[in-house]
Design a protein. Structure first.
Length: 286
């Protein structure tokens, strides 16, 4: 039989051990399991914002929402009735269907994640966003991608499609008239152009806005240089630096200042950037 003093000593020792032992650390919350549609975060590494964007897009997939041409481009992010695409007979019922086109879905998903309308625009404007945290070329394939990255299709002059990467070789997209939003295999061949990772926080760098329509960016600071991308209308751009180069006269203005746009890897004459001829606060290119 244990003596009373032995029992007390044992209890004191046990209490001291419980006080000393480190508390269990809760594991990070895992992403929600994909729904029956297979839509969800399918690989690790996604930011909380990317996970929220995927959840918003997948909720629309699970609800059976339609693709509609022009859908999702109303005054606020969200499904809208579509339009007839003159080039696609399958779009004849789009005006009767509440849904999204490819960029409308991306706009909605990231608006839900960020709490503001940060990707309002078409596929090209979304890919060339000033909110790019990282960019990946087609040649890099899927290896560097994380769930939530945006996959763009087309060429530098016309990006006609965009989708949200899920991981494990899958993406969620609004693909074409006559179909519902869907999960698809990532298409890396053909006209796959590259991917962009979205920064939902504050925009970094020197941000300006262009004016005019059909303004081409160039491979070098010269009007004779190769064309990269034409701004269809006023567009927010991020300027890395500026330099004096070829003198340009256009629309009643003359200027020799050109700005380098890192998101496009291209140059544009300062004539078409709103602001003074030499942009305030922007360094000279070395």
């Amino acid at each position: 039989m244990l003596r009373r003093t032995g029992i007390i000593g044992t209890l004191i020792g046990l209490f001291a051990f419980l006080l000393w032992a480190p508390a269990a650390v809760a594991a990070p919350a895992a992403p929600a399991a994909p729904a029956a549609s297979g839509c969800g975060v399918l690989a690790p590494g996604a930011s909380a914002a990317a996970q929220s964007a995927i959840a918003a897009a997948c909720a629309q997939v699970d609800a059976g929402t339609w693709y509609t041409w022009g859908g999702g481009h109303g005054a606020q992010p969200g499904a809208t009735y579509g339009q007839v695409d003159p080039t696609d007979p399958a779009s004849e019922h789009d005006p009767e269907r509440l849904g999204f086109d490819c960029s409308g879905l991306v706009r909605y998903a990231y608006a839900q994640a960020a709490g503001s309308d940060i990707l309002n625009g078409d596929a090209s404007q979304q890919f060339y966003t000033t909110r790019a945290a990282a960019r990946f070329t087609a040649a890099q394939g899927q290896a560097p991608l994380l769930p939530g990255d945006l996959l763009a299709y087309g060429d530098s002059a016309d990006l006609h499609h965009i989708a949200i990467y899920l991981g494990a070789g899958k993406m969620v997209e609004a693909r074409q008239s006559g179909t519902h939003l869907m999960v698809s295999d990532v298409r890396l061949g053909g006209d796959y152009f590259g991917a962009v990772r979205v920064n939902t926080g504050a925009v970094t760098g020197h941000v300006f806005r262009t004016w005019g329509t059909g303004v081409w960016t160039k491979t070098a600071p010269s009007v004779s240089a190769g064309r990269v991308y034409a701004f269809p209308g006023p567009t927010s751009i991020r300027v890395e630096c500026q330099k004096h180069a070829e003198l340009v006269t256009s629309d009643g203005y003359t200027n020799d200042a050109w700005s380098y746009l890192p998101d496009y890897k291209a140059w544009v004459t300062n004539i078409y950037i709103q602001g003074p001829a030499w942009l305030d606060g922007v360094p000279t290119c070395s």
